[in-house]
Design a protein around this ligand. Structure first.
Ligand SMILES: CC(C)(COP(=O)(O)OP(=O)(O)OC[C@H]1O[C@@H](n2cnc3c(N)ncnc32)[C@H](O)[C@@H]1OP(=O)(O)O)[C@@H](O)C(=O)NCCC(=O)NCCS
Length: 207
């Protein structure tokens, strides 16, 4: 199981693509913020830290085996600016499992961009990498992220009580999951932000 997308991956309003040195200013604009990092493992990143990430963990642009993860910049098509980043990890080959994550610049919040980008990741994970199950792990206090998981029609599958010592306190975690079969089913009524064409054998009545 491998994934080598042709970049950029386009959606209705976005282009997902590897981050480059030219994006550092855009990325620092949101990744340096305490509020953005409140519920993600990363601490706020300055330009040097973003540069380092470009050289190490964000340098992976293809998935060649279990454990690989791609982090893609979310570029707004109308401006060419990077307004966030999303992550797809290949967790298990034997279980065909993956995980997704998302971060959006608060200046661009509330417009569905994170949903649109995460939805494109589900396409990559299920349709191109061949995953059977995709999860997302969300801090139970992260209400915007919880709503995003719901919007993606992922199932709230577990509420882990105080499972991690996280940034100075015990935190609860909500685990979302979506099966490939559910993904196929929900695409009978694909959401408007989905840019991919419907398969030609879609049942009638799909929109
Ligand atoms: C989690 C996070 C990405 C959510 O951002 P967001 O702006 O709420 O998500 P979206 O970009 O998908 O926008 C959705 C909102 O826009 C609205 N919206 C407007 N137009 C829309 C459209 N065309 N499509 C979908 N939603 C749209 C939705 O109703 C929703 O608002 P609501 O939640 O008040 O109902 C953001 O808060 C973030 O980056 N947080 C910091 C990092 C983080 O915690 N990451 C998660 C780790 S698990």
């Amino acid at each position: 199981m491998q994934l080598a997308p042709i970049y950029p991956v386009t959606t209705a309003r976005l282009r997902l693509r590897p981050l480059t040195a030219e994006d550092i200013e855009d990325v620092v604009a949101y990744r340096s913020r305490e509020d953005v990092c409140r519920y993600i493992p990363s601490e706020p990143l300055d330009a040097a830290a973003v540069t380092q990430r470009l050289a190490d963990r964000w340098a992976t642009h293809v998935i060649t085996g279990e454990g690989d993860a791609v982090t893609l910049g979310v570029e707004l098509a109308t401006t060419g600016r990077v307004i966030g980043d999303v992550m797809l990890r290949f967790v298990s080959e034997v279980h065909r499992g993956g995980e997704i994550g998302w971060t959006i610049n608060p200046e661009y919040a509330g417009q569905g961009f994170a949903t649109e980008a995460a939805h494109a990741l589900l396409h990559l994970g299920f349709d191109d990498l061949g995953l059977r199950r995709v999860i997302a792990r969300v801090d139970a206090r992260n209400t915007r992220s919880l709503r995003l998981g719901d919007r993606l029609l992922m199932r709230r599958e577990a509420h882990l009580i105080e499972n991690e010592w996280f940034k100075g306190a015990w935190s609860d975690e909500i685990d979302f999951a979506l099966l490939e079969s559910e993904w196929r089913g929900q695409h009978v009524t694909a959401p408007p932000w989905c840019a991919r064409p419907q398969p030609s054998n879609s049942p009638s009545g799909s929109d």
